[in-house]
Write a protein that binds this ligand. Sequence first.
Ligand code: COI
Length: 354
Amino acid sequence: MIAAMDISIRKAERSKLQDLNQDNIPFGKYFSDHMLEADYENGEWKNIEIKPYQPLLMDPSLAALHYGQAIFEGIKAYKGIDGKPYIFRPHDNFKRFNISAERMQMPQVPEELFMEGMRKLVELDQNWIPSKEDHSLYIRPFMFSSDPLIGVRPSDTYKFLIILSPSGPYYSAPMRIYVEEKYVRAVTGGVGYAKAAGNYGAAMYATAQAKLKGYDQVLWTDPFEHKYVQEIGTMNVFFIIGNKAVTPDLSQGTILGGVTRMSSMTVLKDMGFTVEERPISVDELMDAYKAGLLHEVFGTGTAATISMIKELRYKDFVMQFDVENWKTAPGLKKRLTDIRERRAEDKYNWMLKV
Ligand code: COI
């Protein structure tokens, strides 16, 4: 067990906050004054310190750079209308972090280190939470293997860090999505359910190909038949079909179990939808579209929040949506924002007071 007092704090001499242009905060480009860093050595976590944000010194043989033992999380802190800082469902990200760690043969990060380290860091840098609409403080916990050794084996040493990035929207406009039927993101038995860094690197080629065709992201399909949909870019996907909200189920281990996905299912039920988690085929989507029953398509994610999809293309079949007249995705986004910013009752106890 790591008690809160074991996390030492070394403060920056000068805050960089006054250098931040509050009118232009792109996602993930700027970082707050401090970061948390901890080392795993000889089976235990040590050197746990919150210190000024700074570069890391690393050996060129660092194992993570060669074999990709690297995982991360994405969490957001918001400023409530009471002016106080709150973090959205961090314990769910903590649990998923250790699921990813297990799959990548990395050590577990103790709850106290992850949760109390994050809380203290956000408390210290709370002035970095932007107040602007659609903005928040993005929290990025991550861990990588740090042995200076290029033999292929799990590392003996690891680094765990948390950095904070004041951020605006990840996807600012409704998106055009290409249904992928050549490349795959994840297979049954693979690492699709883990938030492994390599999942994102491996997606870049297919995404770049889709961009050349004029699309923003791909909707991944199953690796066997390219028939069942999985997830979009950095988001889970929801379809409003008739009066149901439908999202792919997680049973194949190919889809990241998003915290925003879980929260969206809960809020959609509150909004009166029947929510179904089940396999969804591209054929079903095209049939529903032709029958006028596919009303809305949107992505959910920590960075992305709720992102509307205005076009979905499968081979030569193009499904277009009149996002201006949608009610569900904007309604869901508003409900989540209201809970996060303390305008609505937090009846599920999602917000952690810093
Ligand atoms: C998140 O939503 O936190 C993500 O994982 C997206 C990130 C890769 C930008």
